[in-house]
Design a binder for this molecule. Structure first.
Ligand code: NAP
Length: 246
């Protein structure tokens, strides 16, 4: 129960990778805040699963791209559990389109959630972490933020920028024992990737030396490691978890 008495706030934890991270922390004894934007019943199901495993969790609705809503999410976490030890910026959306057809709103929406959302969350929680002289910030980026991808200029820009934030925050916060790292998943089976054409999935699979698509637990395991005492000398890094794809 390494995370007993630790409070972990995970954005976008109602589904997919965020859900797996929330369940893993909950089972490891943490008090977990399960943030969601719209899928309340899924978020409550995650909370119940954590409680069934003997853990402690609440669900909290907030659109992380909204500055005030992100502040309310941070405040609610502190009111409920007293502090924030680990912040996982996981919320993300795609609006894939080739550049010729990409609408301005497709760019703005993705940047607002994936990039500004993480910035909002850190803006509202860093003062507390710096004051208490400990904290772990883990940003979920993407392999495409390292290599680019056709049809995802908006998404790739948001994830590459997350790497920049990660490295800058690591340099700003290090003296106060707050580490900041990014986890860059490859192709992980979730609702985000479910809708992709089978031919595209087969193409991705052909590029993965470990010869399988990633599972949400592959990412959760690395996030828990980065939040653990064993990772206390790691900061400013982008950890690739992609089966050898890149
Ligand atoms: P997913 O299954 O589509 O789940 C997305 C989560 O983000 C949901 O919980 C959703 O909440 C939440 N969310 C969306 N917009 C939000 C907002 N404005 N405010 C708060 N929460 C919001 O996605 P996923 O595949 O698990 O991806 C999780 C993260 O990993 C994302 O950052 C994604 O870019 C990254 N990633 C995924 C893959 C992959 O292959 N799946 C690869 C690389 C990186 P609701 O349920 O309430 O809508």
């Amino acid at each position: 129960m390494e995370y007993k008495n630790k409070t972990v706030l995970i954005t976008g934890a109602s589904r997919g990778i965020g859900r797996a991270i929330a369940l893993a922390f909950g089972k490891a004894g943490a008090s977990v805040v399960v943030n969601y934007r719209s899928k309340k019943s899924e978020a409550l199901e995650v909370v119940q699963a954590i409680k069934d495993a003997g853990g402690n969790a609440i669900a909290f609705q907030a659109d992380v791209s909204d500055f005030e809503a992100a502040e309310q999410l941070v405040k609610a976490t502190i009111e409920q559990f007293g502090t924030i030890d680990v912040l996982v910026n996981n919320s993300g959306i795609t609006r894939d389109q080739l550049m010729m057809r990409m609408a301005e709103a497709d760019f703005d929406d993705v940047i607002s959630v994936n990039l500004k959302g993480a910035w909002n969350m850190v803006k509202h929680s860093c003062r507390l972490m710096l004051k208490q002289k400990h904290g772990r910030i883990i940003n979920i980026s993407s392999v495409v933020g390292l290599i680019g991808n056709p049809g995802q200029a908006n998404y790739v820009a948001s994830k590459a920028a997350i790497h920049g934030l990660t490295k800058s925050w690591a340099k700003e916060f290090g003296k106060k024992n707050v580490t900041v790292n990014a986890v860059a998943p490859g192709f992980i089976e979730t609702e985000m990737t479910d809708s992709l054409p089978q031919a595209l999935k087969d193409n991705y699979l052909a590029q993965i030396p470990l010869n399988r698509l990633g599972q949400v637990e592959d990412i959760a395991d690395v996030v828990l490691f980065l939040a653990s005492a064993k990772a206390s000398y790691i900061t400013g890094q982008v950890i690739s978890v992609n089966g050898g794809m890149v």
